[in-house]
Write a protein that binds this ligand. Sequence first.
Ligand code: HQG
Length: 180
Amino acid sequence: MKQDLTKLSRFLSLILRHSPQTIGITIENKGAWTDVDELIKNINRYGKFKIDMKILEEIVETDNKQRYSFNEDKTKIHANQGHSINVDMGFPEKIPPEILYHGTAERFVKSILTKGLKKMSRQYVHLSKDIQTASKVGTRHGKLHIFKIFSGKMNHKGYKFYCSDNGVWLTEYVPPNFIE
Ligand code: HQG
């Protein structure tokens, strides 16, 4: 029986971004890398999924958001972004486009307009380069609301921006006056 790779990919997200202790592995602080052999061994030992190198390679290649990547010799793997555990991804600072978008749920709108966009449980606030991507992100939370973010103006004022390898824009905090 072919197992559901989407479910396995979600489980990988949980392990590589939020909770490596679930299967008893460790994640390096620098780059958030983890050992591939150990990951495979421990996922299998955990018992919920069956995985080998071929399946892991398939997930890395086909994941719809390109969430994961290997190092050069494929001995290590990491999630490209989205961590809640404290890791140093070493993202270089990058000049953002003038406008970025943030998709969220309507029920958060009032709070966001008062307090600004906060990173909540993650390491950064996540911003999207287009409305379509922001719609997908926001719909996960409920009735969609999309904010326009004046990222260019923020950057001019000294706010730093980063872009993950899979194209997600990241920043520490967005104050209300840069949100529309
Ligand atoms: C909201 C997915 C009230 C914020 C996506 C969001 C993304 C506030 C929620 C990535 C707030 C946090 C991240 C405030 C922020 N008051 N609510 N002051 N400030 N919020 O999941 O951006 O599929 O941590 O609007 O594609 O939704 O996991 O962040 O609704 O790239 O790969 O608090 O996760 O990628 O939710 O999504 P999240 P997000 P993956």
